[in-house]
Design a protein around this ligand. Structure first.
Ligand SMILES: [Zn+2]
Length: 469
Protein backbone atom coordinates (compact mmCIF):
# COMPACT_ATOMS: atom_id res chain seq x y z
CA UNK A 1 0.00 0.00 0.00
CA UNK A 2 1.12 3.58 -0.66
CA UNK A 3 2.75 5.36 2.27
CA UNK A 4 2.67 9.03 3.20
CA UNK A 5 5.36 10.71 5.33
CA UNK A 6 4.81 13.95 7.24
CA UNK A 7 8.06 15.83 6.76
CA UNK A 8 7.34 19.54 7.14
CA UNK A 9 4.82 22.12 8.41
CA UNK A 10 4.01 19.62 11.14
CA UNK A 11 2.80 21.42 14.28
CA UNK A 12 4.10 24.62 12.73
CA UNK A 13 3.19 26.82 9.78
CA UNK A 14 6.27 26.81 7.58
CA UNK A 15 8.35 24.26 5.67
CA UNK A 16 5.42 22.43 4.04
CA UNK A 17 6.60 19.00 2.78
CA UNK A 18 5.04 15.51 2.46
CA UNK A 19 6.24 12.44 0.62
CA UNK A 20 3.97 9.89 -1.04
CA UNK A 21 5.55 6.54 -1.94
CA UNK A 22 3.59 4.01 -3.96
CA UNK A 23 3.97 0.27 -3.72
CA UNK A 24 5.41 0.27 -7.22
CA UNK A 25 8.16 2.57 -5.99
CA UNK A 26 7.07 5.99 -7.29
CA UNK A 27 8.04 8.86 -5.01
CA UNK A 28 5.98 12.04 -5.21
CA UNK A 29 6.85 15.04 -3.09
CA UNK A 30 4.01 17.38 -2.07
CA UNK A 31 5.48 20.86 -1.59
CA UNK A 32 9.10 21.60 -0.81
CA UNK A 33 8.76 24.57 1.49
CA UNK A 34 11.22 26.76 3.27
CA UNK A 35 11.17 27.15 7.02
CA UNK A 36 10.73 30.74 8.09
CA UNK A 37 10.81 32.45 11.46
CA UNK A 38 13.29 31.80 14.24
CA UNK A 39 16.93 31.48 13.38
CA UNK A 40 17.09 27.84 14.47
CA UNK A 41 14.01 27.12 12.34
CA UNK A 42 15.70 28.70 9.34
CA UNK A 43 18.89 26.77 9.92
CA UNK A 44 16.71 23.70 9.28
CA UNK A 45 16.69 24.77 5.62
CA UNK A 46 20.27 23.57 5.41
CA UNK A 47 19.60 20.19 7.06
CA UNK A 48 19.80 17.20 4.72
CA UNK A 49 16.50 16.20 3.09
CA UNK A 50 14.75 13.26 4.76
CA UNK A 51 14.87 11.47 1.37
CA UNK A 52 17.19 11.23 -1.59
CA UNK A 53 16.33 14.08 -4.01
CA UNK A 54 17.63 11.95 -6.91
CA UNK A 55 15.05 9.28 -6.12
CA UNK A 56 12.04 11.63 -6.25
CA UNK A 57 10.00 11.16 -9.44
CA UNK A 58 7.87 14.31 -9.32
CA UNK A 59 7.03 17.30 -7.18
CA UNK A 60 3.49 18.58 -6.78
CA UNK A 61 3.26 22.18 -5.66
CA UNK A 62 0.15 23.61 -3.98
CA UNK A 63 1.05 27.28 -4.44
CA UNK A 64 3.91 29.71 -4.87
CA UNK A 65 4.42 30.97 -1.30
CA UNK A 66 7.98 30.26 -0.16
CA UNK A 67 6.93 28.25 2.87
CA UNK A 68 5.58 25.78 0.30
CA UNK A 69 8.06 26.19 -2.55
CA UNK A 70 11.22 27.80 -1.19
CA UNK A 71 13.51 24.75 -1.14
CA UNK A 72 12.82 23.62 -4.71
CA UNK A 73 16.08 25.05 -6.09
CA UNK A 74 18.00 23.16 -3.40
CA UNK A 75 16.14 19.99 -4.32
CA UNK A 76 17.26 20.40 -7.93
CA UNK A 77 20.80 21.36 -6.91
CA UNK A 78 20.94 18.07 -5.00
CA UNK A 79 19.91 15.96 -7.95
CA UNK A 80 16.15 16.11 -8.50
CA UNK A 81 15.57 16.03 -12.27
CA UNK A 82 11.83 15.31 -12.53
CA UNK A 83 8.87 17.58 -13.25
CA UNK A 84 7.45 20.15 -10.82
CA UNK A 85 3.68 20.14 -11.36
CA UNK A 86 1.76 23.31 -10.50
CA UNK A 87 -1.02 25.48 -11.89
CA UNK A 88 -0.15 27.90 -14.69
CA UNK A 89 -0.39 31.00 -12.49
CA UNK A 90 1.70 29.31 -9.79
CA UNK A 91 4.45 28.63 -12.34
CA UNK A 92 4.58 32.34 -13.22
CA UNK A 93 4.55 33.48 -9.60
CA UNK A 94 7.14 30.88 -8.73
CA UNK A 95 9.67 32.36 -11.11
CA UNK A 96 9.23 35.75 -9.48
CA UNK A 97 9.40 34.48 -5.92
CA UNK A 98 12.20 31.95 -6.22
CA UNK A 99 14.53 34.23 -8.17
CA UNK A 100 13.99 36.87 -5.51
CA UNK A 101 14.59 34.30 -2.79
CA UNK A 102 17.82 33.17 -4.50
CA UNK A 103 18.97 36.77 -4.70
CA UNK A 104 18.36 37.16 -0.94
CA UNK A 105 20.22 33.89 -0.25
CA UNK A 106 23.22 35.08 -2.25
CA UNK A 107 23.21 38.50 -0.52
CA UNK A 108 22.85 36.92 2.94
CA UNK A 109 25.77 34.58 2.33
CA UNK A 110 27.89 37.44 0.99
CA UNK A 111 27.10 39.48 4.11
CA UNK A 112 27.78 36.61 6.49
CA UNK A 113 31.02 35.72 4.74
CA UNK A 114 32.28 39.26 5.29
CA UNK A 115 32.31 38.83 9.06
CA UNK A 116 33.34 35.18 8.82
CA UNK A 117 36.40 36.29 6.91
CA UNK A 118 37.22 38.88 9.57
CA UNK A 119 37.01 36.38 12.44
CA UNK A 120 38.72 33.58 10.50
CA UNK A 121 35.69 31.28 10.28
CA UNK A 122 35.08 29.02 7.26
CA UNK A 123 32.98 30.64 4.54
CA UNK A 124 29.45 29.45 3.76
CA UNK A 125 27.69 28.84 0.44
CA UNK A 126 24.31 30.46 -0.23
CA UNK A 127 21.38 28.10 0.41
CA UNK A 128 20.96 28.23 -3.38
CA UNK A 129 21.88 30.50 -6.23
CA UNK A 130 20.00 32.26 -9.02
CA UNK A 131 21.64 29.91 -11.51
CA UNK A 132 20.35 26.84 -9.67
CA UNK A 133 16.93 28.47 -9.49
CA UNK A 134 16.84 29.12 -13.23
CA UNK A 135 17.66 25.46 -13.78
CA UNK A 136 14.84 24.43 -11.45
CA UNK A 137 12.30 26.70 -13.17
CA UNK A 138 12.85 24.81 -16.43
CA UNK A 139 11.41 21.73 -14.71
CA UNK A 140 8.01 23.38 -14.09
CA UNK A 141 4.95 21.88 -15.77
CA UNK A 142 1.89 24.14 -15.86
CA UNK A 143 -1.64 22.76 -15.49
CA UNK A 144 -5.23 24.01 -15.43
CA UNK A 145 -7.59 23.55 -12.53
CA UNK A 146 -9.91 20.53 -12.50
CA UNK A 147 -8.07 18.57 -15.21
CA UNK A 148 -6.75 15.22 -14.09
CA UNK A 149 -3.38 14.01 -15.38
CA UNK A 150 -1.03 11.16 -14.58
CA UNK A 151 1.82 12.17 -12.32
CA UNK A 152 3.36 8.69 -11.95
CA UNK A 153 2.23 5.22 -13.03
CA UNK A 154 -1.08 4.59 -11.26
CA UNK A 155 -1.20 8.07 -9.71
CA UNK A 156 -3.60 10.68 -11.04
CA UNK A 157 -3.47 14.31 -9.95
CA UNK A 158 -6.07 17.09 -10.07
CA UNK A 159 -5.68 20.67 -8.89
CA UNK A 160 -8.70 22.58 -7.52
CA UNK A 161 -8.85 26.28 -6.73
CA UNK A 162 -7.95 26.83 -3.05
CA UNK A 163 -8.82 30.55 -3.14
CA UNK A 164 -5.75 31.51 -1.11
CA UNK A 165 -3.58 33.41 -3.60
CA UNK A 166 -3.54 33.47 -7.38
CA UNK A 167 -2.89 29.95 -8.67
CA UNK A 168 -3.26 28.30 -5.25
CA UNK A 169 -4.51 24.74 -5.35
CA UNK A 170 -6.04 21.97 -3.35
CA UNK A 171 -4.25 18.81 -4.49
CA UNK A 172 -6.19 15.62 -5.10
CA UNK A 173 -4.24 12.42 -5.75
CA UNK A 174 -5.73 9.08 -6.73
CA UNK A 175 -3.47 6.11 -6.24
CA UNK A 176 -4.49 2.88 -7.95
CA UNK A 177 -2.77 -0.26 -6.70
CA UNK A 178 -3.87 -3.83 -7.36
CA UNK A 179 -7.18 -2.68 -8.77
CA UNK A 180 -7.97 -0.53 -5.74
CA UNK A 181 -8.05 3.25 -5.84
CA UNK A 182 -7.37 5.36 -2.75
CA UNK A 183 -7.81 9.10 -2.72
CA UNK A 184 -5.70 11.66 -0.89
CA UNK A 185 -6.68 15.32 -0.64
CA UNK A 186 -4.07 17.85 0.50
CA UNK A 187 -5.75 21.18 1.22
CA UNK A 188 -2.67 23.34 0.64
CA UNK A 189 -3.48 26.74 2.15
CA UNK A 190 -7.23 27.36 2.10
CA UNK A 191 -8.33 30.89 1.30
CA UNK A 192 -10.49 33.29 3.22
CA UNK A 193 -13.90 33.51 1.52
CA UNK A 194 -14.04 37.21 2.37
CA UNK A 195 -10.97 38.27 0.41
CA UNK A 196 -12.05 40.46 -2.49
CA UNK A 197 -10.14 38.87 -5.37
CA UNK A 198 -10.26 35.14 -4.69
CA UNK A 199 -12.95 32.50 -5.13
CA UNK A 200 -14.06 30.37 -2.20
CA UNK A 201 -11.98 27.18 -1.79
CA UNK A 202 -13.44 24.41 -3.96
CA UNK A 203 -15.70 22.11 -1.96
CA UNK A 204 -14.76 18.44 -2.42
CA UNK A 205 -16.94 15.59 -1.32
CA UNK A 206 -14.94 12.37 -1.34
CA UNK A 207 -11.56 11.33 -0.04
CA UNK A 208 -10.01 8.53 1.97
CA UNK A 209 -7.24 10.60 3.52
CA UNK A 210 -7.42 14.34 4.12
CA UNK A 211 -4.54 16.63 5.09
CA UNK A 212 -6.00 19.94 6.20
CA UNK A 213 -4.20 23.15 7.07
CA UNK A 214 -5.02 24.71 10.44
CA UNK A 215 -3.20 28.06 10.53
CA UNK A 216 -6.26 29.75 12.03
CA UNK A 217 -7.81 26.64 13.55
CA UNK A 218 -8.53 28.44 16.80
CA UNK A 219 -10.52 31.47 15.67
CA UNK A 220 -12.54 33.31 13.11
CA UNK A 221 -11.30 36.40 11.38
CA UNK A 222 -12.95 39.70 11.82
CA UNK A 223 -15.39 40.66 9.17
CA UNK A 224 -13.73 42.31 6.15
CA UNK A 225 -16.07 45.32 6.05
CA UNK A 226 -15.34 46.06 9.71
CA UNK A 227 -11.64 45.69 9.03
CA UNK A 228 -11.79 48.12 6.12
CA UNK A 229 -13.59 50.55 8.46
CA UNK A 230 -10.82 50.09 11.01
CA UNK A 231 -8.23 50.81 8.33
CA UNK A 232 -10.11 53.98 7.34
CA UNK A 233 -10.03 55.13 10.98
CA UNK A 234 -6.28 54.52 11.18
CA UNK A 235 -5.73 56.54 7.99
CA UNK A 236 -7.79 59.38 9.45
CA UNK A 237 -5.89 59.30 12.75
CA UNK A 238 -2.48 59.17 11.05
CA UNK A 239 -3.46 62.19 8.98
CA UNK A 240 -4.43 64.04 12.18
CA UNK A 241 -1.22 62.96 13.93
CA UNK A 242 0.88 64.07 10.97
CA UNK A 243 2.73 60.76 10.51
CA UNK A 244 3.07 57.97 7.99
CA UNK A 245 1.30 54.64 7.86
CA UNK A 246 3.49 51.55 7.42
CA UNK A 247 2.00 48.31 6.18
CA UNK A 248 4.36 45.31 5.99
CA UNK A 249 2.85 43.00 3.42
CA UNK A 250 3.38 39.79 1.50
CA UNK A 251 4.10 40.75 -2.09
CA UNK A 252 1.74 38.15 -3.46
CA UNK A 253 -1.87 38.08 -2.35
CA UNK A 254 -1.99 40.43 0.59
CA UNK A 255 -0.67 43.41 -1.38
CA UNK A 256 -3.20 43.01 -4.19
CA UNK A 257 -6.01 42.76 -1.62
CA UNK A 258 -4.72 45.89 0.14
CA UNK A 259 -4.61 47.84 -3.10
CA UNK A 260 -8.17 46.76 -3.74
CA UNK A 261 -9.32 47.91 -0.29
CA UNK A 262 -7.37 51.18 -0.40
CA UNK A 263 -8.80 51.87 -3.85
CA UNK A 264 -12.28 51.29 -2.51
CA UNK A 265 -11.67 53.80 0.29
CA UNK A 266 -10.10 56.23 -2.15
CA UNK A 267 -13.18 56.06 -4.37
CA UNK A 268 -15.23 56.99 -1.29
CA UNK A 269 -12.95 59.95 -0.57
CA UNK A 270 -11.63 58.36 2.61
CA UNK A 271 -7.88 58.31 2.00
CA UNK A 272 -6.52 61.64 3.29
CA UNK A 273 -2.90 60.67 2.50
CA UNK A 274 -1.18 62.05 -0.59
CA UNK A 275 0.55 58.87 -1.70
CA UNK A 276 0.47 55.11 -1.36
CA UNK A 277 4.02 53.90 -1.97
CA UNK A 278 4.17 50.34 -3.18
CA UNK A 279 7.80 49.86 -2.22
CA UNK A 280 8.27 46.29 -3.34
CA UNK A 281 9.63 45.35 -6.76
CA UNK A 282 8.25 41.87 -6.23
CA UNK A 283 4.74 43.12 -5.43
CA UNK A 284 4.83 45.40 -8.48
CA UNK A 285 5.72 42.43 -10.69
CA UNK A 286 3.17 40.23 -8.92
CA UNK A 287 0.51 42.82 -9.84
CA UNK A 288 1.33 42.24 -13.49
CA UNK A 289 0.90 38.49 -13.08
CA UNK A 290 -2.43 39.03 -11.33
CA UNK A 291 -3.60 41.06 -14.30
CA UNK A 292 -2.48 38.36 -16.69
CA UNK A 293 -4.71 35.85 -14.92
CA UNK A 294 -7.70 38.09 -14.27
CA UNK A 295 -10.00 35.34 -15.53
CA UNK A 296 -8.97 33.21 -12.56
CA UNK A 297 -9.86 35.90 -10.05
CA UNK A 298 -13.23 36.52 -8.49
CA UNK A 299 -13.72 40.08 -9.64
CA UNK A 300 -17.30 41.16 -9.95
CA UNK A 301 -18.49 43.11 -12.95
CA UNK A 302 -18.85 46.21 -10.80
CA UNK A 303 -15.34 45.90 -9.37
CA UNK A 304 -13.99 45.51 -12.89
CA UNK A 305 -15.66 48.80 -13.75
CA UNK A 306 -13.81 50.37 -10.84
CA UNK A 307 -10.56 48.94 -12.06
CA UNK A 308 -11.18 50.89 -15.26
CA UNK A 309 -12.85 48.26 -17.41
CA UNK A 310 -11.36 45.08 -18.82
CA UNK A 311 -9.12 46.88 -21.29
CA UNK A 312 -7.87 49.56 -18.96
CA UNK A 313 -6.67 47.54 -16.07
CA UNK A 314 -4.47 50.24 -14.74
CA UNK A 315 -4.55 51.17 -11.15
CA UNK A 316 -4.35 54.83 -12.06
CA UNK A 317 -8.14 54.99 -12.13
CA UNK A 318 -8.66 52.76 -9.11
CA UNK A 319 -6.01 54.24 -6.81
CA UNK A 320 -4.44 57.20 -8.64
CA UNK A 321 -2.15 58.03 -5.68
CA UNK A 322 -0.41 54.63 -5.94
CA UNK A 323 3.34 55.11 -6.48
CA UNK A 324 5.18 51.93 -7.37
CA UNK A 325 8.85 52.39 -6.43
CA UNK A 326 11.03 49.92 -8.26
CA UNK A 327 14.55 51.29 -7.89
CA UNK A 328 16.50 51.54 -4.61
CA UNK A 329 16.86 55.29 -5.27
CA UNK A 330 13.10 55.76 -5.45
CA UNK A 331 12.75 53.65 -2.33
CA UNK A 332 15.30 55.69 -0.39
CA UNK A 333 13.61 58.92 -1.44
CA UNK A 334 10.59 57.84 0.62
CA UNK A 335 12.73 58.29 3.75
CA UNK A 336 12.38 62.04 3.30
CA UNK A 337 8.59 61.88 3.48
CA UNK A 338 7.65 62.58 7.08
CA UNK A 339 3.87 62.60 6.77
CA UNK A 340 1.01 61.89 4.44
CA UNK A 341 2.33 58.59 3.11
CA UNK A 342 1.06 55.04 3.23
CA UNK A 343 4.01 52.71 2.70
CA UNK A 344 3.40 49.10 1.68
CA UNK A 345 6.59 47.06 1.65
CA UNK A 346 7.89 43.55 2.20
CA UNK A 347 8.44 41.39 3.96
CA UNK A 348 5.10 40.30 5.33
CA UNK A 349 6.46 39.13 8.67
CA UNK A 350 9.04 41.94 8.84
CA UNK A 351 11.93 39.47 8.66
CA UNK A 352 13.74 41.41 5.92
CA UNK A 353 13.17 43.55 2.87
CA UNK A 354 12.54 47.24 2.42
CA UNK A 355 10.07 47.54 5.30
CA UNK A 356 13.04 47.46 7.72
CA UNK A 357 14.35 50.75 6.33
CA UNK A 358 10.96 52.34 6.76
CA UNK A 359 10.86 51.01 10.33
CA UNK A 360 14.19 52.69 10.98
CA UNK A 361 12.81 56.03 9.81
CA UNK A 362 9.31 55.82 11.28
CA UNK A 363 8.90 53.30 14.10
CA UNK A 364 10.38 55.61 16.77
CA UNK A 365 8.05 58.47 15.81
CA UNK A 366 4.88 58.77 17.92
CA UNK A 367 2.88 60.27 15.08
CA UNK A 368 3.38 57.21 12.85
CA UNK A 369 1.14 54.17 12.62
CA UNK A 370 2.04 50.58 11.89
CA UNK A 371 -0.62 48.29 10.48
CA UNK A 372 -0.05 44.56 10.83
CA UNK A 373 -2.46 42.84 8.50
CA UNK A 374 -1.26 39.25 8.32
CA UNK A 375 -0.12 36.21 10.25
CA UNK A 376 3.13 36.74 12.15
CA UNK A 377 4.93 33.49 12.92
CA UNK A 378 6.59 32.97 16.27
CA UNK A 379 10.08 34.44 16.47
CA UNK A 380 9.59 37.02 13.71
CA UNK A 381 10.02 40.76 14.15
CA UNK A 382 6.35 41.16 13.18
CA UNK A 383 5.27 38.92 16.07
CA UNK A 384 7.39 40.96 18.52
CA UNK A 385 5.69 44.15 17.35
CA UNK A 386 2.23 42.60 17.63
CA UNK A 387 3.09 41.45 21.15
CA UNK A 388 3.95 45.00 22.18
CA UNK A 389 7.78 45.14 22.13
CA UNK A 390 8.99 48.54 23.38
CA UNK A 391 12.04 48.43 21.18
CA UNK A 392 13.30 46.13 18.44
CA UNK A 393 16.65 45.37 16.90
CA UNK A 394 16.87 45.83 13.14
CA UNK A 395 19.57 46.72 10.64
CA UNK A 396 22.13 46.39 13.45
CA UNK A 397 20.56 48.96 15.73
CA UNK A 398 17.93 49.15 18.42
CA UNK A 399 14.89 51.21 17.50
CA UNK A 400 12.25 52.38 19.97
CA UNK A 401 8.70 51.43 19.08
CA UNK A 402 6.73 54.64 19.64
CA UNK A 403 4.48 54.38 16.62
CA UNK A 404 0.99 53.05 17.25
CA UNK A 405 0.76 49.40 16.33
CA UNK A 406 -2.56 48.12 14.96
CA UNK A 407 -3.37 44.51 14.22
CA UNK A 408 -6.06 44.07 11.61
CA UNK A 409 -7.65 40.65 11.82
CA UNK A 410 -9.85 40.64 8.74
CA UNK A 411 -7.42 40.64 5.82
CA UNK A 412 -6.09 37.13 6.27
CA UNK A 413 -5.60 34.99 3.18
CA UNK A 414 -6.36 31.89 5.26
CA UNK A 415 -9.69 30.36 6.17
CA UNK A 416 -10.72 30.95 9.77
CA UNK A 417 -12.03 28.19 12.03
CA UNK A 418 -15.67 28.26 10.85
CA UNK A 419 -14.56 28.20 7.21
CA UNK A 420 -12.24 25.24 7.88
CA UNK A 421 -15.10 23.38 9.55
CA UNK A 422 -17.40 24.21 6.66
CA UNK A 423 -14.87 23.00 4.09
CA UNK A 424 -14.20 19.77 6.00
CA UNK A 425 -17.96 19.33 6.39
CA UNK A 426 -18.43 19.00 2.62
CA UNK A 427 -16.87 15.53 2.60
CA UNK A 428 -19.72 13.04 2.50
CA UNK A 429 -17.70 10.10 3.75
CA UNK A 430 -15.58 10.19 6.90
CA UNK A 431 -11.96 10.54 5.78
CA UNK A 432 -8.91 9.84 7.89
CA UNK A 433 -8.20 13.44 8.78
CA UNK A 434 -4.77 14.84 9.65
CA UNK A 435 -4.16 18.41 10.75
CA UNK A 436 -1.09 20.07 9.33
CA UNK A 437 0.30 23.58 8.82
CA UNK A 438 -0.57 25.07 12.22
CA UNK A 439 0.83 25.72 15.67
CA UNK A 440 -0.03 22.94 18.13
CA UNK A 441 -2.46 24.84 20.37
CA UNK A 442 -4.41 26.06 17.36
CA UNK A 443 -4.60 22.54 15.99
CA UNK A 444 -5.86 21.23 19.31
CA UNK A 445 -8.63 23.83 19.39
CA UNK A 446 -9.61 22.88 15.84
CA UNK A 447 -9.43 19.18 16.73
CA UNK A 448 -11.97 19.73 19.51
CA UNK A 449 -14.24 21.79 17.24
CA UNK A 450 -14.12 19.11 14.51
CA UNK A 451 -15.10 16.48 17.04
CA UNK A 452 -17.88 18.52 18.63
CA UNK A 453 -19.44 19.93 15.51
CA UNK A 454 -18.75 17.38 12.78
CA UNK A 455 -18.01 14.24 14.80
CA UNK A 456 -14.76 14.07 12.86
CA UNK A 457 -11.78 12.52 14.59
CA UNK A 458 -8.72 14.57 13.57
CA UNK A 459 -5.19 13.42 14.20
CA UNK A 460 -2.16 15.65 14.76
CA UNK A 461 0.89 13.97 13.24
CA UNK A 462 4.39 14.37 14.63
CA UNK A 463 7.33 15.21 12.35
CA UNK A 464 8.46 12.09 10.49
CA UNK A 465 5.24 10.13 11.08
CA UNK A 466 4.31 7.69 8.30
CA UNK A 467 0.85 6.42 7.47
CA UNK A 468 -0.45 4.02 4.87
CA UNK A 469 -3.02 5.46 2.52
ZN1 LIG B 1 0.33 30.32 1.50
Amino acid sequence: MAMLSFLGAIQQVTGSCYLLETQAGAKILLDCGMRQGRRDDESGNRAPFAFDPKAVDAVVLSHAHLDHSGLLPRLVAEGFTGPVHATDATCDLLELMLLDSAHIQEKDAEWENKWRQRVGKPLIQPLYTQLETERMLKQCHAHHYAQAFEVAPGVSLTFYDAGHILGSAIVQLEVTEQGQTRRLVFSGDLGNVQTPLMHAPTALEQTDVLLMESTYGDRDHRNVEETVEELAEILKQAHKDGGNVLIPSFAVGRTQDLIYHLGQLYQQGRVPQQAVFLDSPMAIRANDIYYRFLDQLDISESALQHFGGPNRLHLDTWLPILRPTLSPEESMAINRVKSGAIIIAGSGMCTGGRILHHFKHNLWRRECHLVIAGFQARGTLGRMLVEGAESVKLLHQRIAVNAQVHTLGGFSAHAGQSALLEWAGHFKNTPALYLIHGELEKMQTLQTALQERLKLEARIPAPGDRISL
